[in-house]
Design a binder for this molecule. Structure first.
Ligand SMILES: [Zn+2]
Ligand SMILES: [Zn+2]
Length: 363
């Protein structure tokens, strides 16, 4: 018997979420039925809703979840009913060249998650509803393959730890893994949302001497400083590139574009020094937006783009441990807790730039 539950469904580009009943299929041999207790809302979800990242609809989005095992198939190993789990939006087949080289975040099974022809365990009235990235966390229950599930410590707090699934993993990992940050450097972080603040935290853990946050909302300055920012630039008041060069002498060692607009990416590259500066692209304002750079902007500088902070599934669990052991701060990251029925208001808060992370708590 399929599980009947409530989920936030998106029927078309720019249409508001509709919270309705869906059917969730029973677990196959390697599937896990997760009772979701919390889910963050990420800008990647909104990019899909807004058509900037094309996606099959109707769909249930959400990829920052936390929940407990409700049921599972016969071949699932290492889990039992009631275990605290987090879904991870990237599958890990364990056999491809990416997985065997420790870069499971690029697993060859990843593109299949976006294939509109694939089957989905979700339906409404017998019609397919796609489960975003295979995990669809804007739903009270979700059916997830065992290679996209991670057992975490039972004492983890769902409403805070769910954000580790994307924002924290991406932001912290961009600094520590993708940029391979060395202690003593200077870093510039564009955008102080959930990913940006996590990136600030990653820079601090990585030993950055100076962490400069670039953000248009002046009310986020105190918050950014609480995560480790040492300087704050409002790009509406000052030229970012000139200011960073003046602050650092030759330009920063690292920069992270969590905003993802052409102008922020360009500034992230141009504020670097020309000897060894590394820029990491993180945010995205659309899949078809071209790079806003000239050939010579890259002279002596490195630009790369991170996918999930270069993290494998197991590393998400390590970040949960870091939080429980006091190494990671999450309390200020979640700015708003909402109910599933209020998801459209949550999105409006995000679009107004008022929030750090908005988290849905399921009943
Ligand atoms: Zn995300
Ligand atoms: Zn793989």
């Amino acid at each position: 018997m399929p599980t009947i539950c409530r989920a936030a469904i998106t029927y078309g580009v720019n249409e508001p979420f509709r919270v309705e009943e869906i059917e969730v299929a029973d677990p196959g041999p390697r599937d896990v039925l997760v009772k979701m207790t919390a889910s963050g809302i990420c800008h990647s979800d909104l990019n899909c809703v807004e058509g900037k990242m094309p996606h099959y609809m109707p769909a249930v989005f959400g990829h920052e979840g936390f929940g407990y095992v409700a049921a599972m198939g016969d071949e699932v190993r290492g889990l039992k009913v009631g275990d605290a789990v987090m879904p991870y939006c990237v599958p890990e087949c364990g056999a491809c060249a990416y997985c065997t080289s420790g870069r499971g975040n690029f697993c060859v099974e990843m593109p299949a998650a976006f294939n509109p022809e694939r089957a989905s365990p979700l339906s409404r009235g017998g019609k397919k509803v796609m489960n975003f990235t295979g995990i669809a966390t804007f739903s009270e229950y979700s059916l997830i393959r065992d290679n996209q599930i991670l057992k975490v410590r039972q004492s983890a707090k769902p409403d805070l730890c769910c954000c580790i699934g994307c924002a924290v993993t991406t932001g912290v990992g961009a600094a520590l893994r993708t940029a391979d940050m060395q202690p003593g450097g200077t870093a510039v972080v564009f955008g102080a949302g959930g990913v940006g603040l996590s990136c600030v935290q990653g820079c601090k853990i990585g030993g950055a001497r100076r962490i400069i946050v670039v953000e248009t909302n002046p009310r986020k300055e105190a918050l950014a400083r609480s995560f480790g920012a040492t300087d704050f630039i409002n790009p509406k008041e000052r030229d970012v590139v000139e200011t960073v060069i003046a602050m650092t002498g030759i330009g920063a060692d690292y920069s992270f574009d969590c905003a993802g607009y052409p102008e922020t990416l360009k500034a992230a590259v141009l504020c670097l020094n020309k000897g060894w500066g590394k820029a990491v692209s993180i945010g995205s304002s659309g899949t078809n937006v071209p790079l806003p750079l000239t050939f010579f902007d890259l002279a002596g500088r490195t630009l790369t783009r991170t996918l999930m902070g270069s993290a494998r599934r197991q590393q998400v669990g390590e970040y949960v441990d870091w939080f429980l052991d006091g190494k990671l701060k999450l309390d200020n990251l979640v700015s708003h807790l909402i109910k599933l029925d209020d998801i459209n208001e949550g999105v409006a808060m995000m679009n107004r730039g008022e929030s750090a992370r908005v988290v849905i708590e399921f009943a």
